[in-house]
Design a protein around this ligand. Structure first.
Ligand code: PLP
Length: 261
């Protein structure tokens, strides 16, 4: 069976985002999810209340014993939290995951406004993780940080994608969900020169906690199953859109998605 995804990311105890959303997405799309946990977050739909970073050696140990035994067809990284975690995970990827696709979700700040990546770690993410990415999946605020430019239009998204591509990733998917308006456009830029726009109408909903994690994991699942990048992105978008459309409306804040559709 192909479809083994090793996820290196943080835990969300409320089950909406992070590792929990990753496992649900990979499983729902027919893949096999294994995890190396980088941080424990204390959070629910209303916010993040505490974060405990896991020791980098412990993170690499989890990932190593998993990949050495079960193997992996794709890797997905999410919340990497700090400079020591980023450098340790980058070393692990360089030494252990030769040849398999790597989906890097450059998680920086939660929807509720909490920092999930320490401020001094942004530079390390750019230096160590971006060049390892088969595809990088920033939302607009993350793409602004990575590209150093303000994004207010589709043309800006394309320009920012070029700039982020110059940082060394193979492809970048800039997600347009944070822009205003009824239309959502995601831009997929690939190193070979291809630029593809994925356009949909916005699904009006407050229940969107964990959409970024779920999308990146769904893309990683497609790549792990042998699908091409464009097809993996298209299936992942359709999966997440349905998960938003049928979300159960749990919690007092931004509720989780429905992964059982
Ligand atoms: N918590 C963890 C552990 C995450 O990895 C992420 C995003 O990747 C979030 C929370 C943020 O999710 P959201 O932006 O949907 O609030």
């Amino acid at each position: 069976m192909k479809g083994r995804v090793l996820i290196i990311a943080g835990s969300d105890c409320s089950g909406g985002a992070g590792i929990q959303a990753d496992i649900k997405s990979v499983t729902a799309l027919g893949g096999y999810a294994a995890t190396a946990i980088t941080a424990l977050t204390v959070q629910n739909t209303t916010g993040v209340f505490d974060v405990l970073g896991i020791d980098p050696d412990m993170i690499v140990h989890q990932a190593t014993v998993t990949i050495d035994d079960i193997g992996a067809d794709a890797l997905k990284t999410g919340m990497l939290h700090s400079v020591p975690v980023i450098t340790a995970v980058a070393e692990f990827i360089k030494s252990k995951s030769v040849g398999i696709p790597v989906v890097v979700d450059p998680v920086m700040v939660s929807q509720s406004g909490s920092r999930l990546l320490q401020e001094d770690a942004v530079e390390a993410l750019i230096t160590h993780m971006v060049p390892l990415a088969t595809v990088l999946t920033p939302n607009i605020p993350e793409a602004e940080v990575l590209s150093g430019m303000k994004i207010t239009s589709e043309a800006d998204m394309i320009a920012a994608a070029h700039k982020i591509g110059d940082l060394g990733c193979e492809a970048v998917l800039i997600k347009g969900g944070h822009a205003d308006g009824d239309k959502i456009v995601d831009i997929l830029w690939c190193r070979d020169g291809d630029i593809e726009g994925f356009e949909d109408t916005r699904i009006p909903s407050e229940n969107n906690h964990g959409t970024g994690c779920s999308l990146a994991s769904a893309i990683a699942t497609g790549l792990a199953q042998g699908m091409g990048l464009s097809d993996s992105v298209a299936r992942a978008r359709a999966y997440v859109r349905e998960a938003i459309r049928t979300a159960p409306d749990f919690g007092k804040g931004n509720g989780p998605l429905n992964h059982a559709h």
